[in-house]
Design a protein around this ligand. Structure first.
Ligand SMILES: [Fe+2]
Length: 245
């Protein structure tokens, strides 16, 4: 298996500690209301098209912010309120927190229904978590491979030109409703699909700092390769379109 071809895999990480999900939702709501300026700052790192997208199917709260490497670190009292989760995020990937620019939490809006939009996260490191993914049999994370085997990110512009993607649309198999996972933002786009609305779903992005590639990339590669070998039935791999059956 080649690293560049791994489009999705659950990640080999310690089990998630218990936490109060209701309280986490309260924290997400409070933080979302208070972080308007910070969200605008983060959006400046994305393209102009992205900034004009408007309505997302999820809200955005930032639990950790350290884009410049000078802090401030944990936000809105996250570490004090969820010490077990904070420890877990700090240790589960074998990459210390200081190496991450942001930890962004995306609770899906309860009124979201149907297909989301295909996109690439402009954070190509692709380290992700679900802190909750209720009813993942009926609600999907969908992956679509690119036609070309790109070696670097080319298509973060949304709306994505779907003619650049293969027809193959693959539902990611979820290992556990609370899991760590990897998504490839170079040779694939992803989207959500909600068949049964109102279920709880919180995705987490661990965003890179842009300046620590040499330090972090080998660790991510090793983690993704090890995980793909551990969960072969869950891995989604890129292959040329004409090899689709
Ligand atoms: Fe995404």
């Amino acid at each position: 298996m080649q690293f560049e071809n791994i489009l999705y895999t659950p990640l080999d990480a310690p089990p998630m500690p218990e936490f109060d999900l209701d309280d986490l939702y309260r924290w997400l709501e409070q933080s979302h209301a208070r972080q308007d300026r910070l969200r605008k700052l983060i959006r400046r790192f994305t393209s102009e098209n992205n900034q004009q997208l408007g309505e997302y199917p999820w809200d955005i709260s930032i639990a950790w912010f350290n884009m410049t490497g000078r802090g401030p670190g944990w936000m809105e009292g996250f570490q004090e309120r969820f010490p077990g989760l904070a420890d877990h995020i700090n240790s589960c990937f074998g990459i210390p927190m200081e190496q991450f620019g942001a930890v962004i939490m995306l609770p899906m809006k309860s009124n979201t229904e149907g297909a989301g939009f295909y996109h690439q996260d402009n954070d190509w490191y692709g380290l992700r978590m679900y802190l909750e993914f209720e009813d993942y049999d009926n609600n999907d994370l969908l992956i679509r491979p690119t036609k070309e085997p790109y070696d670097q990110q080319t298509m973060i512009e949304t709306p994505v030109d779907l003619s650049l993607l293969q027809d193959r649309e693959i539902k990611a198999k979820i290992l556990d409703r609370r899991q760590c996972w990897y998504v490839n933002n170079v040779r694939a786009c992803h989207s959500t699909y909600v068949r049964v609305p109102g279920k709880r779903r919180i995705a987490v992005l661990l965003v890179s700092r842009f300046t620590n590639f040499d330090l972090v990339f080998p660790k991510i590669k090793e983690l993704v390769m090890r995980s793909a070998e551990k969960y072969p039935d869950y891995v989604i791999e890129w292959r040329p379109e004409n090899e689709n059956r």
